[in-house]
Design a protein around this ligand. Structure first.
Ligand code: GLN
Length: 203
């Protein structure tokens, strides 16, 4: 049986991740309730609006089951708003739009920290593929930054997988890969493939 990849599909750009995962020949399941978490080989926490996603985690009852599944080792790819949701600490997040995070990633994440002038851009990123399992094709990957957060102060045990312009844009902590950009807007599924491989590395 083909592995099943889950995508948290409460809000945001989960459809594009579906295409990335399908390209790897996986079965894909949209995760919208706690039952949807069973039998997954990996999960994607997509980009979108972390404030809204956080509220929907509560109304769907997904918050605790999702936290438990990721804590128990489910390979997890978090992108952009997904990275905000994973973070232990948020910076620059005050007032009515505060996000209640899952608190699993031992780093501080700064929301919308690129500011208005450069709030979205496209580039290519050099990845330290060795830190995420090593892939035969280690060319840089196309990446889009869309009102991206910044990853600050990764704790011990959180490995920096990629930097761009001096900023940390990808970190790995065990079964979690948290990135601040969007890899799902190109036809390149190598990041998704790497996270799927985390299960084998753990086993
Ligand atoms: N700025 C958004 C947030 O704070 C994240 C943007 C994105 O996911 N592309 O949730």
């Amino acid at each position: 049986m083909k592995p099943i990849a889950g995508i948290l599909a409460l809000q945001g750009d989960y459809e594009k991740h579906r295409k990335s995962l399908k390209r790897l020949g996986l079965r894909v399941r949209y995760v919208r309730s706690p039952e949807d978490l069973s039998g997954l080989s990996m999960i994607v926490l997509p980009g979108g609006e972390s404030t809204t996603m956080s509220l929907l985690l509560d109304s769907t009852g997904l918050r605790e089951p999702l936290r438990e599944a990721i804590s128990a080792g489910l390979p997890t790819l978090a992108t952009c708003a997904g990275t905000i949701l994973l973070a232990r600490e948020l910076q620059g997040d005050t007032g009515s739009r505060q996000v209640d995070t899952l608190g699993l990633l031992h780093a501080t994440v700064d929301r919308n920290s690129y500011g208005r002038q450069v709030d979205s851009f496209e580039t290519t990123i050099e990845i330290n593929w060795q830190l995420i399992g090593g892939l035969a094709d280690d060319a840089p990957i196309p990446a889009w930054f869309i009102r991206a957060p910044r990853i600050l102060e990764p704790a011990a045990g959180v490995e920096v997988v990629a930097k761009y312009d001096g900023e940390i844009v990808a970190v790995r902590q065990g079964n979690m890969l948290a990135i601040t950009f969007h890899p799902e807007l190109s036809k390149d599924s190598r990041i998704h493939a790497a996270v799927l491989g985390f299960a084998e590395q753990a086993g």
